[in-house]
Design a protein around this ligand. Structure first.
Ligand code: CU
Length: 394
């Protein structure tokens, strides 16, 4: 009777139909692939791979369905013979406890194995404050996680359905409602206020003056760096002046821009107060320097900045991490397009003397070619209006 039910079941029949359909589809895909060229064959191989896993999933689902039906048949036969059937409430309760143990072990594994892959010590003056906030939040959420998971699965096991006891009917309880509203509200408020003050200290710090101004500009798909020359001042920007030679749209009406320097690497003198002026030319990018616990979005038309003090040189960090190839990195942390993954630059933190040596070897932004384009000799600093067009996103 059970087997008849299995055959007559609409669900089983539709599952069989899907199984047959996918099988034919796969066969047809193989036949087409044989006739097609190599490129098409590659694609077909991919689809055959996908079909294989879909088929595997269907077979597994089919097996589970059959197992379920067999158990049901066994259950019904037991009942017909006047015996007790399978105690499904007990099975579900034990499954909950097994899931709790496996899940807790998974969380422990992830904390110990993946936790040890965390970033090295913060390499900026404000980094410690961000780390403290992160640690506090992790500890608090971890405590809540462990308690709630034990309660959730523990209760499902301890109070699993039984003929011996009756469920207690609890329509409403003000005290419980108050407790589960007020406790999370207080904890979250503490975390939010803590975060607010930390961010305030990092962003609005009056101690970090930002003595060295560096322009960081993001575009699809690279970062450009501009350092001030001997005057210590960066010339102003005007996006309308962007040309292939004047990539950043530097305004040469501003005399401060004459000695500006363009650089390939972001080199920072240690213990100096740095101000990164952050720009974007096409879409939103994000300056992300995880070792310095620093991230700020680069928004087109809305320059932002981040002031910080690097505290550990690259050489020192190489010793600390015991990795002679260690480099600080600057990433883009907004998925800004196809080659987003490639928006990566090395950041080097060096001593003041090394920095002076490096900066003296960098090329000026105002190249001879750019001077020619701007007709510098004729003393016309403005570019003709026709060439002022921006060529972005092309
Ligand atoms: Cu980007």
């Amino acid at each position: 009777m059970g087997f008849k039910q299995l055959i007559n079941s609409k669900k089983t029949l539709s599952l069989l139909a899907a199984f047959v359909l996918f099988g034919t589809d796969r066969l047809m895909a193989q036949a087409t692939a044989a006739a097609a060229d190599t490129a098409a064959a590659d694609k077909s191989a991919m689809w055959t791979g996908v079909g294989y896993y879909v088929l595997l999933f269907l077979v597994a689902a089919f097996c589970v369905a059959i197992l379920g039906k067999i158990l049901r048949v066994y259950d019904l036969t037991q009942q017909m013979q006047g015996k007790k059937g399978v105690n499904w409430n007990g099975v579900m309760g034990i499954c909950c406890i097994l899931f709790l143990i496996a899940g807790m072990y998974g969380a422990y594994w992830s904390l110990t194995v993946q936790g040890s892959m965390k970033l090295p010590e913060a390499a900026s003056a404000h980094g410690g404050a961000i780390d403290d906030m992160f640690t506090t939040t992790t500890i608090l959420t971890l405590i809540v996680f462990v308690i709630t998971q034990i309660c959730l699965f523990g209760f499902a096991f301890v109070y699993r359905g039984s003929d011996k006891r009756k469920a207690y009917f609890l329509p409403h309880n003000n005290t419980i409602e108050k407790v589960w509203t007020i406790v999370p509200a207080v904890v979250l408020t503490i975390l939010v206020v803590f975060g607010f003050f930390t961010w305030q200290r990092v962003e609005n710090s009056s101690e970090v003056k930002g003595d060295l101004n560096i322009d960081v500009t993001g575009h699809q798909f690279a970062w450009e760096f501009r350092y001030p020359g001997t005057d210590g001042k960066l010339g102003s920007l005007n996006f309308r002046l962007t040309t292939p030679l004047n990539k950043l749209g530097v305004d040469f009406k501003d005399r401060n821009s004459f000695d500006d320097i363009s650089a390939d690497t972001l080199v920072l003198p240690v213990h100096q107060s740095i101000r990164l002026n952050i720009h974007a030319q096409d879409v939103i990018h994000s300056v992300y320097m995880p070792h310095f616990r620093l991230q700020q979005n680069a928004v087109p038309g809305l320059p932002t900045f981040f002031k910080f003090i690097p505290t550990i040189t690259t050489a020192e960090m190489r010793r600390k991490t015991d990795n002679p190839k260690f480099e600080y990195l600057l990433y883009c942390n907004k998925i800004c397009g196809g080659a987003h993954y490639n928006m990566q630059r090395v950041v080097r933190v060096v001593s003041q003397a090394e920095y002076q040596d490096w900066i003296s070897k960098q090329k000026p932004y105002l190249t001879d070619q750019l001077k020619k384009e701007l007709h510098f000799a004729d003393n016309k600093t403005a570019v003709p209006a026709a060439s002022n067009r921006l060529a972005l996103n092309n």
